[in-house]
Write a protein that binds this ligand. Structure first.
Ligand code: ADP
Length: 902
């Protein structure tokens, strides 16, 4: 392919990236930010898939079989844990305005400068080669397409496209990565460009995959069938448990689990560029899905390549390009090139930004701050200084990576560089994970752990390659350092049978975690370490509760603080920020001395720009900090914890109060209702009383006014008066009775009773009225019903009431009442059945309600008070029984009450 086309395509692609980034920044200035979209966040995480993935997956699948998947299984397994781990890291980073891993670790362990420097250096050493292989991937894909096989370092620098591309990427990184240096202002353009690149690389891979699978072969089945005929290929895809295969699965998966968290570029996109914790929800399923999609065609392409190039004259890493070329599919080859280019560039850009932030904030600034003279020169433009350090370091990093790619990388395989890089950043895992879950983890533990882990990493994973390159004598490999066999780099302390990565990881983690835990336990933390430890581990309770979690005491003058902030944020912004803070915490900005709250807040603001360690040094330089003893720190932290607990208590109480209020409201409603019922009841009672009273009065008046009324008539009148008076006193008795039941004052006088006797006595009492009305009464007793404890008189009252109702509502001379008792399963059922008028369905439940008649006058019969059933029900219920009615209008009614035998 013509190299001019490729150069043009590369430049066009870079222009496209600039365009996307520029457009995204413009949009965000207009308030239509793209990064508020969770899909962009998830896509930006796909920066995990670099050129190493793009070209290397196929190569690894060919040489290591399905083990290549471990690099994707790790992150996928990690995703559910993200909600726990990354969310916490994000929250901490927001609270402390943390901008890099170095800053994170240094901040956690007492804003320690040494730790920041160590982490930065480890990152540089670990990740630079990784950047280098991206550049190498670009240049080798270029060479393959243009078929220029000349060794790459013959035309170094100005002759080489890779050099120009590296510098172009440097320019992009500077423009979109260092314009704003405050942590709260993110690199939106860059993130948008990265997300676009994630789509492009996936698309390119899939299109080539489809071409190979369906264009050249006849689908997955075809390729796999053909590959299965090759014994050599087949064995690659079976796990046989030999050669420490399981341990390498384990370590490779663990390694990529830590890489997805701690690679500087992953930390940058996942934590620093995160705008909303909720975006994690989408990323948790979208990112694994992305990994799945981009891996679908790895095996078909790998098999396809093996089948198409049986002579092994093509490096499997290059199958992706070689296959389209073999079929002269130029456009596809170009597309692949762009896909790989995008995978490489996105990685290079973000990794470089992340590293440059570490270099400026955790390495150069803390050192420069020790030389007031140097700093003095930039007195009025410290943010410019920070920015320049970043710009310069971006170019230096890219230049070093370029040189590495040209001069050293050829001694290493692609795979080993990627994995060794992963292993380097895995050294941060104990200090970070321990740091956010374990308060006892302290600075000395972290430093010693990191140093020992990194040393072992170097000894077991880097040294062998350097030996291979002839930089160290070969004897170290076989006979160990100083001839000590136990010190062989690839079989340390006699551990054999593991692959290099697993072996290196095992020992480095062993020493790293071991020293971190041991030294944390045997050494004492300082008060500032303790402060940071508690606020990191308990970040979820602290960050909600107050934005001021660092304990600081001392004197600082507001003017000094103002000047310091001016250097970074400019006068206008400093003024605005200070005024807002003062307002929120009701501080007076007229005071000469600054409030401690304001001092720690300013330090946090600065930390967002220069890192926690540098910010602390700067604030310390303008203030006189008083030492706070360990006990005090513990007390203050405990107080804030208690306040928090109190807060919780308060919330609980207010919820309780709310509940009580609503209960009260309900009770009030019920009261209102019963109040109304009571009113109704009273008016009914009054009405009931008035009716007989009126007739008594009228009749007595007539008798009184007519002294010579004849005897028969007088007796008739007086008889009615007596009857009405009886009714009146019955009514009053009933009302009083009911009132007793309602208020619970009515007590039962229990004795051993026989239900048959009760019924018989009741029938006897009503013998007269029944006979008068010509009504037949039949009783069918259950002879097996046992005696039981009950209030005899009250039960008689119930039965009498039910029978007298039956008599009342039966037609004279035709009426028949059947009374029966049944003993079933511990309860006695007594039923009184008549063949009277019956009760309509809708009233059947209501007739037991004393107020019902009051509310519905239509069913009120003139013969009664309407209280009999209500009282009966109360009595039955006092005996833990139940009463109900079955009836049909015109077909009589059957009242039954059940009493449990106890
Ligand atoms: P009352 O003194 O009015 O009979 P109760 O409380 O005993 O008061 O009965 C309430 C209402 O139930 C009666 O007014 C009547 O309408 C209905 N009722 C009760 N028993 C019978 C029955 N055996 N047949 C038809 N209706 C009945």
């Amino acid at each position: 392919m013509n190299s001019l086309i490729l150069v043009l395509a590369s430049l066009l692609y870079l222009a496209f990236l600039f365009g996307v980034a520029y457009w995204a920044e413009k949009r965000s200035e207009k308030g239509k930010s793209l990064v508020t979209n969770p899909y962009i966040y998830a896509l930006s995480l796909a920066i995990y898939c670099t050129a190493w993935t793009f070209y290397g997956s196929v190569g690894r699948a060919v040489s290591y079989g399905i083990e290549y998947l471990s690099v994707y299984i790790g992150p996928t397994l990690m995703m559910p844990l993200w909600w726990l781990v990354i969310r916490k890291i994000i929250r901490i980073s927001k609270v402390y305005r943390i901008t890099s891993i170095a800053d994170f670790i240094s901040s956690r362990y007492g804003k320690n400068v040494t730790l920041g420097i160590i982490v930065t250096l480890v990152s540089l050493v670990g990740v630079l080669p990784y950047i280098a292989i991206q550049l190498k991937a670009i240049s080798s894909s270029f060479r393959i397409l243009t078929r220029t096989d000349s060794p790459s370092n013959s035309h170094i620098f100005l002759d080489d496209l890779t050099f120009y591309i590296s510098m172009g990427l440097g320019l992009f990184t500077i423009i979109f990565g260092t314009r704003k240096i405050d942590s709260t202002e993110r690199h939106e353009g860059m993130v948008a460009a990265i997300a676009a690149e994630s789509i492009i690389k996936a698309l390119a891979f899939i299109i080539v995959g489809i071409f190979v699978t369906y264009g050249i072969f006849n689908g997955f089945g075809d390729i796999f069938n053909k590959a299965a005929l090759h014994p050599q290929l087949k064995s690659q895809f079976l796990m046989d448990g030999n050669k420490g295969e399981y341990s390498s699965w384990f370590w490779h998966t663990a390694l990529s689990m830590s890489a997805i968290l701690f690679l500087p570029r992953q930390f940058q996109v996942a934590v620093v560029e995160n705008v909303n914790e909720k975006h994690l929800n989408k990323a948790m399923w979208l990112f694994p899905l992305y990994l799945l999609i981009i891996n679908i065609f790895v095996l078909p392409i790998a098999f396809g390549g093996e089948l198409l190039f049986p002579n092994h004259d093509v490096n499997p890493d290059n199958y992706l390009l070689a296959i389209p070329l073999k079929y002269d599919a130029k456009f596809l080859a170009l597309l692949t090139y762009i896909g790989g280019f995008s995978a490489a560039t996105s990685m290079v850009i973000v990794e470089t930004i992340a590293l440059s932030i570490m270099v400026s904030n955790s390495l150069v600034m803390p050192i420069l701050l020790a030389y007031p003279k140097v700093i003095g020169k930039y007195e009025n433009n410290l943010s410019g200084l920070v920015n320049n350090i970043r710009r310069v370091s971006i170019f230096i990093i890219l230049l070093l990576a370029y040189i590495y790619a040209k001069a050293i990388a050829r001694y290493f395989s692609l795979v080993s560089i990627g994995m060794v890089s992963f292993a380097a950043v895995a050294q941060f895992a104990p200090a970070i994970i321990g740091g956010i879950y374990w308060k006892e983890g302290n600075r000395k533990g972290a430093i010693i752990g990191l140093l020992s882990g990194t040393f072992i990493w170097f000894y077991t994973l880097v040294l062998p390659s350097l030996i291979g390159a002839g930089l160290f004598p070969h004897s170290i490999l076989e006979e160990g350092l100083w001839g000590i066999k136990a010190l062989r780099p690839s079989a340390l302390f006699g551990l054999e049978g593991m692959d290099d990565i697993s072996h290196g990881m095992f020992w480095s983690m062993f020493f790293n975690i071991g020293s971190y835990v041991t030294f944390s336990l045997i050494t004492k933390a300082t008060s500032i370490e303790l402060n940071q430890a508690v606020t990191f581990v308990d970040v979820f309770s602290h960050s909600k509760f107050t934005d001021n979690t660092t304990i600081w005491r001392g004197t600082a003058y507001l003017n000094d603080i103002r000047t310091l902030l001016n250097n970074f944020f400019g006068e206008r912004r400093t003024d605005r920020v200070l005024r807002l803070f003062a307002q929120k915490h009701s501080l007076n900005l007229e005071n000469k001395k600054a409030d401690p709250k304001l001092v720690t807040y300013s330090e946090k603001l600065l930390a967002g720009v220069v890192g926690a360690a540098s910010a602390r040094i700067m604030v310390a330089s303008i203030s006189k900090e008083e030492h706070i003893s360990m006990d005090e720190v513990i007390n203050i932290l405990r107080a804030s914890q208690e306040l928090m607990v109190n807060n919780k208590e308060l919330r609980r109480k207010s919820i309780e109060l709310e509940k009580a209020t609503s209960e009260l409201k309900e009770a009030n409603e019920i009261l209102k209702r019963t109040d109304k019922l009571k009113d109704d009841f009273l008016s009914t009672v009054a009405h009931e009383i008035r009716t007989p009273l009126t007739s008594i009065r009228a009749l007595s008046e007539i008798v009184y006014d007519n002294p010579d009324m004849d005897q028969e008539e007088r007796e008739h009148f007086l008889g009615t008066v007596v009857k009405e008076s009886d009714r009146l006193s019955r009514l009053i008795n009933q009302v009083l009775d009911l009132e007793k039941y309602e208020s619970g004052r009515q007590k039962l006088i229990k004795e051993n009773v026989d239900i048959q006797e009760i019924v018989k006595d009741s029938i006897d009492a009503l013998y007269q009225p029944a006979k008068e009305k010509g009504i037949k009464v039949v009783f069918l007793p259950d002879r097996f019903a046992p005696k039981f404890e009950a209030d005899r008189d009250k039960l008689v009252q119930v039965v009498v009431n039910l029978i007298s109702n039956a008599i009342k509502y039966c037609e004279a001379d035709k009426g028949e009442i059947q009374i029966a008792t049944h003993y079933v399963e511990g309860a006695i059922y007594t039923s009184i059945q008549d063949n009277g008028v019956g009760i309509a369905k809708e009233f059947q439940r209501l007739i037991f309600d004393k107020f019902f008649q009051a509310e519905d006058q239509t069913i009120k019969k003139p013969k009664g008070s309407g209280l009999g059933l209500a009282i009966s029900k109360k009595i039955v219920e006092l005996h833990q029984g139940q009463i109900w009615v079955e009836s049909e209008v015109g077909h009589g009614s059957k009242f039954t009450f059940m009493l449990p035998v106890v």
